[in-house]
Design a protein around this ligand. Structure first.
Ligand code: TYD
Length: 242
């Protein structure tokens, strides 16, 4: 983002009467298929906006014009014949563009960024179930995120059988499962374990949320976790979140 655009955002922020945080906050949502991430992101965004936070909702793969162009190649399965390493690099290329064009500028202007999937999906889908070398995955990740580590990661945990059932119910009758959704329950079960292992290894960043419960209960737990985390942010002006 150039100086002109940054100045334009400063102007908008001055007119915003909501809480002014010294820096933004970057929250990622992770988990298996049908865990209800998008529903929960919508609900959280509504709650944060009601408190006048500047909220940016985004998703991966995609979220910026360059990354959206790569999204179709990945989800259609067009890259699948070239192997998981090719797919990992395409996810990383999309992520790099998304970080630099959307996420970093938003966090720098003080926004709360809610991102549907991010680096943990690559670690799990390409790294663990794609069987790629952890050292390769770590170096690709470093380049893709360029220091933009999430402040908070919410892992929506659900039994893959229930999750896949929900994902199928959500699909319209002429839609088929995407490249990753169509894999076996055993593969999805390994992904669940891999997300839980990340949460256990990085407990400061990651919070596991039981997504099997009804959406209102999930929302209550998730909102409480996010507002507690936001309280730790230093307000830039007197106006702290109510
Ligand atoms: P999508 O329909 O956007 O979302 P969701 O399953 O979250 O409702 O599908 C994205 C798919 O891409 C999903 O199956 C997970 C997969 N994926 C990866 O394999 N690696 C990644 O790095 C990301 C971001 C997603």
């Amino acid at each position: 983002m150039d100086l002109l655009e940054t100045a334009a955002y400063d102007h908008i922020r001055d007119e915003n009467e909501g809480p002014q945080v010294a820096r933004g906050f970057f929250i990622t949502f992770e988990g298996g298929e049908g865990a209800g991430k998008s529903t929960q992101i919508d609900r959280l965004a509504r709650k944060l906006r009601a408190k006048k936070y500047d909220v940016v909702m985004t998703r991966e793969p995609g979220g910026s014009p360059g990354a959206e162009a790569v999204r179709h190649v990945l989800l259609s399965g067009a890259a699948e014949p070239f192997g998981p390493q090719m797919e990992a690099l395409l996810f990383a290329a999309a992520r790099s563009d998304h970080v630099e064009q959307v996420i970093r500028p938003a966090v720098e202007r003080g926004a709360i960024v809610l991102c549907d999937r991010f680096l943990d999906s690559s670690r799990v889908y390409q790294g663990v179930t794609g069987g790629l070398d952890p050292a390769f995955m770590a170096s690709v990740e470093r380049v893709a995120i360029n220091g933009m580590m999430p402040d908070m990661t919410l892992i929506l945990d659900i039994d893959p059988v229930d999750g896949l059932r929900r994902a199928a119910a959500r699909r319209s009758s002429n839609d088929s499962p995407d490249r990753f959704e169509k894999e076996t329950v055993a593969v999805h079960a390994r992904r669940r374990e891999a997300f839980l292992a990340i949460a256990a290894a990085e407990p400061r960043r990651c919070t596991v949320i039981d997504a099997a419960r009804d959406p209102d209960s999930v929302e209550d737990v998730l909102t409480a976790a996010v507002f507690a985390a936001l309280e730790t942010l230093a307000p830039a002006k007197e106006s702290a979140p109510a």
